[in-house]
Design a protein. Structure first.
Length: 434
């Protein structure tokens, strides 16, 4: 009986040990780190990607999420949302300015300061966070308020993470920018790492404070690295939210719609035009667009169309051209760095679109003023020959490839060249060609 008890105990401990070993192996196998590359201007799409990455990392119990950052800046509204997501994250967020040559300028500075761990690769830089969107034609007092607000924002983030609050404030008010080595020396960042593997080695064992003062120690040794790639949806959205693509879509949309209205029945240009306009308007809904500029561009299309319908001797076409140029110049004039139109795209597209509108308007106006070449009016002045003698009583003539009944005030012999004077129903009135 005692032997049976010993066997039961042995079996129990063996089973418990096996389950614990299995559970331990599951935990180790499940330890993973997510890496999210962000190499773009900060827009609502960027915020969406970061939010989704944080949610997935939390759901799958990741050790941490590493955001590989390379940005020239972006929208303040999107930056604030990203910072909120980082501050409320249930897992450590590491912002890593990478690769060498990358930057965390403007909006990127705030995102880096908000991270639980801030790191940079050699040859990168951070700073120049002065607001520029508000500075285009705005009141100096408003500009000062915006700068002070962002300076306080940067300072509060730096203090929260135990970083250099004075430098954070200068980055906004004085647009200072520093290298990775300077950032480490000034305690703006926590460390410099040459690559993601080196980063994981250096953050292993670091203590991080999350929400509700919950402290954890990072264990990033021998973890599984999962790089989050862009979905097809994200790639398409990133493409159409590029200001250059957005402007091209707008111009193509207007051109296609205008061609359809000036040449009804062609269908394809109209369909393509409407699709391009829908995509352009969706894109501009996400971008910092000057709506006065957009209205001027749309108004230019109206002016060009009216030039065809009304006789303005080119004044409406001129108004359309001026409206198109001014609207295009104003469209993205308030955009921050990374969200401006490239000159090498702007001028060729603007020139091509203006030339298209002017050309189509000129051809349509010319066609409207041209003498009719078909129907009854088109026959007046046409030349032909008599097939039979023609008199006031009648006869037959050959005009414009057709045989017509004809009359004349004089007698005209057969096979004589004639000119059409008038069309009377289905009969022509002709005279001898002088």
């Amino acid at each position: 009986m005692s032997g049976l008890k010993v066997f039961h105990k042995f079996y129990f401990y063996f089973l418990v040990g096996f389950l614990l070993a299995f559970a331990s192996q599951e935990v180790l196998a499940g330890e993973k780190v997510f890496i999210l590359p962000i190499q773009e201007a900060i827009t609502p799409l960027t915020n969406s990607k970061i939010e989704q990455a944080i949610n997935r990392a939390e759901k799958e119990g990741a050790v941490c999420l590493i955001i590989e950052l390379d940005t020239p800046g972006g929208l303040v509204s999107s930056t604030r949302k990203i910072v909120k997501n980082i501050l409320s994250a249930e897992i450590p967020i590491v912002v890593y300015v990478y690769p060498s040559g990358a930057q965390a300028a403007s909006a990127g500075t705030f995102i880096t300061l908000a991270a639980h761990i801030a790191a940079m690769a050699p040859g990168t830089n951070i700073g120049a966070a002065h607001p520029v969107t508000m500075g285009q034609g705005k009141d100096k007092e408003m500009m000062k308020k915006a700068a002070n607000d962002l300076a306080a924002f940067a300072r509060s983030l730096a203090k929260l993470r135990g970083r250099n609050a004075d430098w954070a404030e200068k980055a906004v008010l004085e647009s200072v920018s520093i290298t990775a080595e300077e950032a480490l020396k000034l305690k703006v960042i926590d460390l410099i790492a040459e690559n993601p593997r080196n980063l994981l080695q250096k953050i292993n064992g670091r203590k991080v404070t999350l929400t509700k003062n919950r402290e954890i120690i990072l264990k990033t040794k021998d973890v599984q690295i999962i790089t989050l790639k862009e979905t097809l949806r994200d790639k398409i959205l990133r493409l159409i939210t590029n200001p250059n693509i957005s402007y091209i879509l707008l111009m193509l949309g207007l051109a296609g719609l205008y061609f359809e209205l000036s040449n009804p029945g062609t269908i394809l240009p109209g369909v393509v035009g409407v699709l391009c306009l829908i995509l352009a308007f969706y894109s501009m809904h996400l971008l910092p667009v000057n709506y006065a500029g957009l209205l001027l561009i749309l108004l230019s299309g109206v002016f060009f169309f009216l030039e065809i319908k009304l006789t303005s001797y080119g004044l409406l076409a001129l108004a359309g051209l001026i409206s198109l140029i001014l609207g295009s110049l104003m469209l993205f004039d308030q955009s921050p760095e990374g969200l401006k139109l490239a000159k090498e795209v702007f001028f060729p597209i603007l020139g091509s679109t203006a030339l298209f509108f002017v050309s189509i308007t000129f051809l349509a106006a010319k066609a409207a003023l041209r003498k009719p070449t078909t129907g009854a009016e088109g026959l007046i002045g046409e030349e032909g020959k008599t097939l039979t003698p023609v008199s006031p009583k009648g006869g037959q003539v050959f005009v414009h490839g057709e045989i017509w009944q004809a009359v004349s005030n004089e007698k005209i012999p057969e096979n004589t060249e004639i000119v059409v004077e008038k069309v009377e129903g289905f009969r022509l009135k002709v005279k001898k060609k002088s």
